[in-house]
Design a protein around this ligand. Sequence first.
Ligand code: SF4
Length: 343
Amino acid sequence: MVSISNTIQNWYKKNKRDLPWRHTSDPYRIWLSEVIMQQTQVVQGTSYYLKFIKAYPNVKSLAESSQEHVLKNWQGLGYYSRARNLHFAAKQITSDNDGVFPSTYSEIIKLKGVGEYTAAAIASFAYSEPYAVVDGNVFRVLSRLFAINTPINSTSGKKEFFKLAQSLLDRKNPGEHNQAMMELGALVCRPKNPDCNNCPVQFHCEAFEKKSVTDFPVKNKILKVKKRYLNYVLISNGEEILVNKRTGSGIWQGLYDFPVVESNKPIFEIAEVDGIGVKGARFDLELKHILTHQHLYAKFWILEQEQMTEFVDYDIISINNLEDLPLPQLIVRYIGESDFFKR
Ligand code: SF4
């Protein structure tokens, strides 16, 4: 009998999309593509992948770049910890292994930011190591094929799905098998409106047989979205502006924004920043910015004054150079919408 894996691989050969990282077995390029494609649509991810390959054609060039440069190229893709980890890991590979990418799953998974999913993808695509990849697409396909009720975001669910994925793996062609499973989830067994009538494994599919496809995958409810109120004050003498380099461990670490006061509810005037009065600041505009686990309600005020040196915790830069810095997408949106930058 033809195995599920062979059926899906045969389908894949005829139906796969022509994506740039499918033409390489270079582990560095595969790593880049996998990290970029997490939580990202293919069209957007492809343009970032091509940009990164051009800017950093190998591990050493990525390692030798500044973190600021890498964050600037990453701008707009979100989840900036991915970019910081890529850069850190490139430096790790360069200092520990002279820029040669590790060649086994157990070495690859030691790289910063690389989890089981990414390590399995690189090890199987580049080195044909027999590790099953379980990404969101594979979770969905398996949950439907076998009508599994265990939540995919629970610890026991993860174990169960990894074990099942590993048992189905074509150990002779693990790379092709993994790509085929992922592609089936992306193109046919889609989250909404799965194309069951054109599915190569419909005959094996328990959820289809039970007419319960939309009941899978099962997920535990995710954490409540947090609301945050950010009150930015642009302090500028008309030529220059104060910028704030984000330190600490937040999502925007290493990026730049403006002096900001966070409040626990909306406020309608702003009195001070870091204990220094800013009462003359005029309200400019308000933006709502949605992140996966946070909704940001940002208000922007503008304070125009000659002297800015009393705000000692910030850098002063020319307004013309602002867009050379790596910026959160919220700030990019603000710059695009505020009349202050159209002068
Ligand atoms: Fe997914 Fe439908 Fe195929 Fe089952 S038959 S694997 S639900 S596309």
